[in-house]
Each structure stands twice: as structure tokens, then as C-alpha cells.
Write a protein that binds this ligand. Structure first.
Ligand code: MLT
Ligand code: MN
Ligand code: ZN
Length: 309
């Protein structure tokens, strides 16, 4: 028979930030979506940059990625705030899925001498070590833990997580003349959470769905997946940039080569787009693109969204 304790244990995810790098609206952007986010926030709900919080008991939490807006994100979430009289945090660990600014810059704001474990692949820990500003995370407080690809770690008491390589690329600020796009290694990872046989995936950046990735996702209770762009040339069409999604290491949602098609035959109970760029028309509540994504069974993440598969 299950005890009350067991019954209370379930996977729970809070979306802290659903936008891609730059946020929504982006400070310097007047694309049609950013403009609506300023003028009609009920039609385009503003979103902060990419991060989720995960727990199995509602008491202990892990952050996956740490956005520049982390302090505002925590301020919105009572469960993530200190309890008791003295200094405290329910955040026991933070795992980052790449070295991108939207995923690591918030670490600088968590420098106030509370202990937590910081998980990343050895390559990403190397990137953080090479940026000495991250030494504000005092080594006697913040334990930097290497995560090997495909190995299971206990991210929180009772919550197992596995990081796995997904096609991606190195962080923008590390790009040299030659950029290896779609490389699978330690630079871009997805995370599998597993509790009592139930699997949930968080993959905020992915350049393509390989057969191996599709196999892995088969049977998932929930998937939070890279929703950066609706179409590959979206930023060019919007007149706000010259890069395609592929060049940025992000596959688009729509079209023959898009994620909705690639995952249409994979059995996943809930499929949710996250890390959504401010140019993406799916962010407009009444857009045909939103309708098309929903008709294909996808949900569009928003800040504060709760997922309890
Ligand atoms: C990305 O997801 O491609 C990056 O966050 C881009 C950036 O660093 O602005
Ligand atoms: Mn990003
Ligand atoms: Zn914009």
C-alpha cells in the first residue's frame, strides 16, 4: 500500500520562462509579435527567457537552466522562495543544458552564498570555468558536478535525470569562423526525468530529430521541445536578422523538415513548445499558426505553466 508520502510524490514542472534568448518582447525589437506583446499583452502574453523548475514533492526543487530574469521568475513562484527565518532556498540543484546566455546568465544572480549543486557536462563546466565572472559562485558553496552523457544522476532526492546529446551547436559567443551545426556532443543536451516509470523530457534546443531521438521519446508522458521558430527563414522575413533557424541550431516547428512533422508518429502524451523566439507567430493567441500547432496536438508554453503529467 502506498503511504501518504508516496502519494504526494509526483513529477511536477513549472515553466519559469518560455521565451528563447532575448525574451518577449525583446528590448530592441519592433517585429509584429514584439509590438503586440507591448500593445495587446492579452493577445501576445509576454514571456521571460528559457528555464523550468522541477520537483517531486513540492518542497525541493531543481532549476533546469538559469535565465537572466531568474530573480523575477523566483519572485513569481512562492514554492521557490525561502522558508523559515534565516537564509534558505528550496533550490537544491541547477542543471544547464548548454552554455547559451539565456541559460546561464542567471547564475550570476544566485551568488549570495546559498549552497546548491550545479550540474553540466564537462564541456559546459569548462565554458563556465573559462568565464571567471562565474567565480562569484563561491566554490565552498556551489558544488560543480560533471554529468556524463547518458548517465543517470539523482538531481533531487528521488528524482533521477539523464542528460543526452542532441544535435545543436556551440554557444553564440564561442562561435569561431567554422561552426559545426547539428553536432551531437556535450555542448547541447536534452534532459530525461524519470519517476515511477513515467518519463518527461526537456529539450529547449535541437537542430534535428534523429531516429535515435524519436526512439527515445517514444512513450513519454510529456515533452517540452525547442519551439524557437515557426519557419526556418522567419527572422529574415521579419527583417530582424540574417540567420536561419538551422544556422542557429534550432529546427523550426512547421513544414516538412519541422518538428511537428518529425514527431507526429511518436507516442507522446503531452507535447509542448518552449524556448519560443519573439518572432514566432505561434505566440499570437489568435494566429493561424497557433491554430495549426494546436490542431497538431501541441501546447504553447507560457511563464507559470504547470505540468504534472
Ligand atoms: C539560442 O538559443 O540560439 C541562443 O540563446 C541565442 C543567443 O544566445 O542569443
Ligand atoms: Mn537560447
Ligand atoms: Zn521581436
Amino acid at each position: 500500500m502506498k503511504s501518504d508520502n508516496d502519494r504526494a510524490r509526483r513529477l511536477r514542472v513549472r515553466v519559469l520562462g518560455a521565451a528563447a534568448g532575448g525574451g518577449l518582447p525583446q528590448w530592441n525589437c519592433r517585429c509584429s509579435v514584439c509590438r503586440l506583446a507591448r500593445t495587446e499583452p492579452q493577445r501576445v502574453v509576454p514571456r521571460t527567457q528559457s528555464s523550468i523548475a522541477v520537483s517531486v514533492d513540492g518542497e525541493h526543487w531543481a532549476l533546469i537552466n538559469c535565465a537572466p530574469e531568474v530573480l523575477a521568475q523566483l519572485q513569481r513562484e512562492p514554492a521557490l522562495q525561502p522558508r523559515g527565518d534565516d537564509r534558505h532556498t528550496p533550490i537544491q540543484s541547477i542543471l544547464v543544458t548548454n552554455g547559451d546566455v539565456d541559460h546561464v546568465a542567471g547564475l550570476l544572480s544566485l551568488r549570495e552564498r546559498s549552497p546548491f549543486r550545479l550540474y553540466a557536462t564537462p564541456e559546459i563546466h569548462g565554458v563556465l570555468r573559462d568565464n571567471p565572472i562565474f567565480n562569484v559562485l563561491a566554490p565552498d558553496c556551489v558544488q560543480r558536478c560533471d554529468v556524463a552523457l547518458d548517465s543517470r544522476i539523482e538531481l533531487l532526492p528521488g528524482l533521477m535525470a539523464t542528460v543526452f546529446a542532441v544535435p545543436g551547436k556551440t554557444a553564440l559567443y564561442l562561435e569561431g569562423d567554422q561552426v559545426d551545426i547539428g553536432a551531437e556532443g556535450e555542448s547541447t543536451v536534452g534532459v530525461e526525468f524519470e519517476l515511477d516509470g513515467q518519463r518527461l523530457y526537456y529539450i529547449p534546443g535541437c537542430a534535428t530529430v534523429t531516429p535515435r531521438l524519436a526512439d527515445r521519446l517514444d512513450g513519454a508522458a510529456a515533452l517540452l521541445f525547442d519551439g524557437t521558430l515557426w519557419r526556418d527563414d522567419e527572422m529574415i522575413l521579419a527583417g530582424v536578422g540574417h540567420k536561419t533557424g538551422q544556422r542557429m541550431g534550432h529546427m523550426s516547428m512547421s513544414g516538412e523538415a519541422g518538428s511537428m512533422t518529425a514527431l507526429s508518429d511518436v507516442a507522446i502524451d503531452r507535447r509542448i513548445f518552449i524556448h519560443i523566439n519573439n518572432t514566432n507567430p505561434v505566440l499570437i493567441e489568435d494566429s493561424p499558426e497557433r491554430r495549426e500547432a494546436e490542431d497538431a496536438g501541441w501546447e504553447i508554453a507560457f511563464d507559470g505553466m504547470e505540468i504534472t503529467p
